[in-house]
Design a protein around this ligand. Structure first.
Ligand SMILES: Cc1ncc(COP(=O)(O)O)c(C=O)c1O
Ligand SMILES: N[C@@H](CCCC[NH3+])C(=O)O
Length: 463
């Protein structure tokens, strides 16, 4: 069947099938700077370039699907966070969002610290030369091996997540003859306004020690009794993809409340607090994230105010943004393979990746935007669903989007804001080969994480 110029419209005012979409943009060729990396632009030929390099050249050299990362943008966002928080605070990039050796080197050069949450992330950080004292180790079930490697390496901070872990880290540090700096992760009882699966400060979940009911205060007592642990501060992380600063403010207030309680009970003032990460980014132009300087001011003000009211010296603040730094810096480049038009409904546009390179849509009902990037088009908008090639009907990359109705196999699409939690959560479902990460800067592209090969898969399968 030949594809007509989208019969269902859609135009403003049309009754559209159920979905999350907003009205079609007036110009499908425009690239909203809220969702695209800084250096992304349309070329005179109508295609899209990043870091001065045409996506058609990137696809030809590196293949698709590929994550394409704007290195200058990544570095600029690191600097924006660093500058916003200033010399009296520390910014720990959350490596779970995306980590590679190149990223670690960029972080070192831009003056950021690093939060790791597994032995693998720790190994990557150390292999790339991140000084151990600038690393924080997280996790609700760190293994004895992970703890041992972290203490041996001399990480600057281990964030304790449970009573068992207090004893475990103390024992390992004692055996190694070290006094390990630690923070205690507390759950402050905030209901962060985000997807249930990524909210982490309400009490009924696996992370942290609750302030309510006194678990956190009891953890402080236990840590203070152990010579091999040096309690430096309190940590709180309320969730992820959060826009509303109110949750952070409540969290800061409650953490300072605990510092006050510690001062009153033990006569000591802890020198650090960490308010975690979780700042949201724009996945579609409707999202309106806060800028680092607003976030820094808002957190700094509340901590200072609360400490002054309690008569405490203002502790050194740290934060752990992951998504807010790396998320907007990359897009996923796909090639269109097949199109299936359903009259009056939508057109299914199948690309050469899917839920194996972006699980967020299936997992969190996340919304993304998408654009035709190998050329421009003046064709009518076509209500589309961008889907992958996996054997799963929930294999959706972009649930509702408008693409030009002359879209054809071989066209390149790009889904912006896929720098965070896409490559790091990628899978081999259906023996898919995880795509490369290609970093682009000043007209040069290089692979920083290579594409998996079938040999890689066969090497794991030992027969
Ligand atoms: C303890 C901790 N810190 C930082 C982060 C980073 O979060 P985000 O990438 O949303 O900034 C997470 C993940 O939610 C986390 O669990
Ligand atoms: N992976 C999640 C967020 C969890 C962040 C780590 N605590 C996401 O893609 O949004």
């Amino acid at each position: 069947m030949s594809r007509s110029a989208h019969p269902a419209g859609p135009r403003h005012g049309d009754v559209l099938p159920e979905g999350h979409y907003t009205p079609p943009p007036t110009d499908l060729n425009s690239l909203d700077p809220r969702v695209w990396a800084h250096t992304v632009e349309r070329t005179a030929e109508g295609s899209v370039a990043v870091g001065g390099l045409d996506v058609r050249e990137i696809a030809a050299e590196f293949g698709t699907p590929a994550y394409v990362m704007d290195e200058a943008d990544f570095r600029a966002r690191c600097r924006a966070w660093r500058d916003a928080f200033g010399p009296d605070a520390d910014v720990f990039y959350a490596g779970k969002a995306f980590l590679s050796r190149a990223v670690v080197r960029w972080l070192c050069e831009e003056g950021l610290n690093l939060d790791v949450c597994s032995g693998g992330e720790l190994a990557t950080a150390l292999a790339a030369g991140m000084p151990a004292e600038r690393i924080a180790l997280h996790g609700n079930n760190k293994s004895a091996d992970e703890i041992t490697r972290a203490v041996e390496a001399g990480v600057g901070r281990i964030v304790l997540d449970s009573f068992q872990e207090i004893a475990r880290v103390a024992h390992i540090a004692q055996r190694l003859g070290r006094r390990q700096p630690v923070q205690i992760r507390v759950t402050v009882g905030v209901e962060a306004h985000t997807h249930e699966f990524i909210a982490t400060a309400h009490e009924d979940q696996k992370f942290g020690l609750a302030l309510a009911g006194g678990q956190a205060a009891e953890a402080v007592r236990r840590v203070l009794m152990l010579d091999s642990l040096e309690l430096t501060g309190i940590h709180s992380h309320i969730g992820s993809q959060i826009f509303d600063m109110a949750g952070f403010e409540v969290s800061a207030r409650r953490v300072v409340g605990l510092l006050t309680q510690i001062r009153d009970e033990h006569g000591i003032e802890l020198p650090e607090i960490d308010l975690g990460g979780g700042l949201g980014i724009a996945y579609t132009p409707e999202d309106d994230p806060r800028e680092p300087h607003e976030i820094a001011k808002s957190l700094g003000d509340i901590v200072t105010r609360e400490c002054e009211a309690a008569g405490l010296a203002v502790p050194r603040l740290s934060v752990e943004p992951g998504r807010a730094i790396v998320g907007p810096t990359a897009f996923t480049l796909y090639e269109v393979g097949t199109l299936k038009e359903l009259e009056g409904l939508r057109t299914y546009v199948s690309v050469d990746g899917g839920m194996s390179d972006n699980i967020r849509t299936a997992l969190y009902d996340a919304e993304y935007s998408v654009a035709l990037v190998s050329r421009s088009s003046e064709a009518e908008p076509m209500l589309s669903r961008v889907v992958g090639k996996h054997c799963e009907s929930g294999d959706i990359v972009v649930r509702d989007a408008f693409l030009p109705s002359d879209l054809a196999p071989g066209d390149l699409l790009a889904v912006p804001a896929t720098g965070a939690y896409c490559r790091s959560m990628a899978s081999n479902y259906n023996h898919a080969l995880r795509p490369p990460v290609v970093a682009v800067r000043d007209g040069q592209a290089r692979t920083i994480v290579r594409r998996e090969t079938e040999e890689d898969l066969l090497r794991l399968d030992v027969g």
